[in-house]
Design a binder for this molecule. Structure first.
Ligand code: HMG
Ligand code: MG
Length: 322
């Protein structure tokens, strides 16, 4: 079977947006350096598969994330190949230096990324929890003045590998503060994949009680504990319509101990297809793309759906025609 039987469930959204993070979250955590040409082809293939938003790379310090040190070259290449469409691809920007680099390369959508915990702020941003705002605020102000759209991520929403449980109120306070800098969307990150469905519902309720509308929120699940799809279902029941996912289930944060891959785009698409929820993505094309990328990375995709549908194509042999 290459498609699930469609059975709608009551009370879920009719349509969702899949925000693809494979080229950024996926490749930032790979040991091997992926050639810029391959990254560009990855982005092009994801767009061709119908993914409406494809986050391309990060303008972070190249020594902090060497895997994405070619961000400038990649964006130049993507402009050559995609024209103005390249400017629509979101890129991560932590500070004004990153913003300068992104603006030079025509970025129109940026994403800042804050931490809900003190320890992860220190590890990932070299700043304390409060200090991170001093870095983000001028960045967002300048980005907005330049007419850019800003997304805000907040990490460690469901638990932190150093601090353990993270209180809901702390996540809401930090998340809202990041959003209120001038973002159009707040993506709630389960950076180490420890959240469970009831926790998702409680966090969404807490954001609602703090005045945030469900359409201002996105969810960003990592699948470390195998909870990402169940958690997505809980968020669908709460009415959330934007989900971050990574083709083939690549992903992880090099500064978050024990973080593994994101919710795989293919696993998400299979579930949404079964529920009759529209998303505009061609499952077969994403599977073929992940199988092709698995060949470049030299290891099979962790996505169950990729393994089921791609068979030995996902087995780690480079092939280009898929
Ligand atoms: P820092 O060392 O504190 O930076 O790093 P600084 O402001 O002190 O500057 C030091 C030098 O770095 C200066 O150069 C700056 O110009 C330069 P000098 O004057 O000494 O010659 N510099 C830069 N160069 C290029 N690009 C830049 C840049 N910034 C400063 N953007 C910094 C602070 C934030 C830059 C660093 O900690 C960093 O790059 N961190 C990024 C870590 C990262 O990318 N993590 C992964 C992404 S987050 C994630 O994956 C989670 C998410 O998926 C959601 C979830 O799962 O929860 C989003
Ligand atoms: Mg992530």
């Amino acid at each position: 079977m290459r498609t699930p039987t469609v059975v709608r469930a009551d009370g879920l959204p009719e349509r969702v947006t899949i925000y693809e993070v494979g080229a950024r979250d996926g490749l930032q955590n790979e040991k091997a350096l992926v050639p810029t040409e391959v990254k560009a082809e990855f982005v092009e293939r994801l767009l061709a598969a119908g993914l409406p938003v494809v986050e391309a790379t990060s303008f972070v310090h190249p020594k902090w994330v060497p895997q994405l040190a070619d961000a400038g070259d990649l964006m130049t290449l993507l402009h050559e190949r995609l024209g103005a469409r390249a400017g629509e691809l979101p890129v991560l920007v932590p500070n004004e230096r990153g913003l300068d680099r992104a603006l030079e390369l025509g970025a129109r959508h940026i994403a800042i990324f804050g931490s809900a915990t003190e320890t992860f702020a220190q590890k990932n941003l070299n700043r304390g929890l409060d200090e991170q705002f001093a870095m983000f605020e001028p960045t967002v102000v300048r980005a907005r003045e330049a007419g850019l759209d800003v997304r805000a991520y907040v990490s460690m929403c469901f638990g932190d590998p150093w601090e353990g449980a993270v209180p809901l109120e702390q996540v809401v306070t930090v998340g809202k503060r990041l959003f209120d800098l001038g973002a159009s969307q707040l993506s709630l990150g389960d950076t180490i994949g420890v959240g469970t469905a009831g926790h998702v519902t409680a966090l969404l309720d807490a954001f609602g009680a703090a005045g945030m509308a469900v359409d201002q929120l996105a969810l960003h699940f990592h699948d470390t504990y195998g909870q990402a799809l169940t958690n997505t279902y809980a968020a669908l029941q709460a009415g959330v319509t934007t989900y971050d996912a990574s083709a083939g289930g690549l992903g992880g944060c090099p500064y978050a101990k024990s973080a593994t891959g994101n919710l795989a785009t293919e696993d998400l698409v299979w579930m949404l297809d079964g529920l009759g929820i529209e998303h505009g993505v061609d499952l077969e094309q994403v599977v073929a793309t992940s199988a092709w990328m698995a060949g470049h990375l030299g290891r099979p995709s962790p996505s169950a759906v990729v393994r089921a549908l791609a068979g030995d194509r996902a087995g780690g042999t480079a092939e280009s025609g898929a």
